[in-house]
Design a binder for this molecule. Sequence first.
Ligand code: ZN
Length: 169
Amino acid sequence: MSFPNEEFADVLLANEMFVLGFKHSELTGTARKGLAIVTCMDSRISPLAVVGMKAGDAKILRNAGARVTDDVLRTLVLASYLLGVNRVLVMPHTDCRMAIADEASIHATIQQQFGVDTSSLEFRTVSNQQEALTEDVARIRSYPLLQKGVSVAGAIYNVSTGKLEPVDC
Ligand SMILES: [Zn+2]
């Protein structure tokens, strides 16, 4: 299948501009600031900008709802042993679709609007964001394969103000 040029024309054009000003070629894959951020795919969040960092500083892991899944744990194990990560911030956000609707209603919406049964997927929606965050942070802390001494924290990002609200987890 050939590359879908039409659909991605703006992406490729913007990249040509990016290459012209590219300055990060001396960076390695090690997180210079030792930080990994687990956050949502929400397009309002620029994770590096939120914490005043830039390319090379931190690992960014994203999925729907900023949930700590097996794949997040797998990635954090690699990041902690091999890529310089010694602290993890789990960062869900306000006005998250995954915290507004429940599992059943999201499946029902997709079924009604697109006629597709997604019930074999677990979307991992959240009914209480602070509780889910506490669970997710605990899941990382107790994961036996993670490098010892990694500091794990949770904070909720406010998409209206840009403020990060630390949560006691
Ligand atoms: Zn979200």
